[in-house]
Design a protein around this ligand. Structure first.
Ligand code: RP5
Length: 175
């Protein structure tokens, strides 16, 4: 997988994570790896792990409670089906939680989307598109948040957008 970053983008990621990427199951990785790839490409320190809301509820609470003190600036949370992971994380931390609905087997992720987006008033979860586009965009949104206080990251984001624009302008059609 490649993104449209300039070739001099850093290839290493510093140790202390700024963004946590969590998911309800290893089966979500095919989707959530697209978030991790964006963060890697931008050189944003991150971590990725399984934190299941219904199979690891105590771990979920501990992760959310420790996220801020550990220095995380945002949490990207992906889950499918009755996708309560992002909402429960948001209930236990005031960090921004970016929710990614993972496509489910029977309802193709519409269930995941509704579960994540329909948070009651008072506990927000920023909700992205179902699937890989949502995962990538959640990571790009996290980059935008961090770029508010990181001029180098802001410059990379502008270069990413410019490269994307040039790629679109260079598109050709078969007619
Ligand atoms: C959710 O259940 C996970 O986020 C995953 O999308 C879904 C299915 O999990 P597995 O049965 O594949 O472990 O908790």
């Amino acid at each position: 997988m490649s993104t449209l970053l300039p070739s001099d983008a850093p290839s290493t990621v510093p140790d202390k994570p700024l963004v946590g990427v969590v998911m309800g199951s290893s089966s979500d990785w095919d989707t959530m790896q697209h978030a991790v790839q964006i963060l890697t490409d931008f050189g944003v320190a991150h971590e990725a792990r399984v934190v299941s809301a219904h199979r690891m509820p105590d771990d979920l609470f501990a992760y959310a409670e420790q996220a801020g003190p550990r220095g995380l600036q945002a949490i990207i949370a992906g889950a499918g089906g009755a996708a309560h992971l992002p909402g429960m994380l948001a209930a236990k931390t005031t960090l921004p939680v970016l929710g990614v609905p993972v496509a489910s087997r029977h309802l193709q992720g519409v269930d995941s989307l509704h579960s994540i987006v329909q948070m009651p008033k008072g506990i927000p979860v920023a909700t992205f598109a179902i699937g890989t586009a949502g995962a990538a965009n959640a990571a790009l949104f996290a980059v935008s948040l961090l770029a508010l206080h990181d001029p180098d990251l802001a410059t990379k984001l502008q270069a990413f957008r410019a490269a994307q624009t040039e790629a679109a302008r260079a598109m050709t059609l078969p007619v």
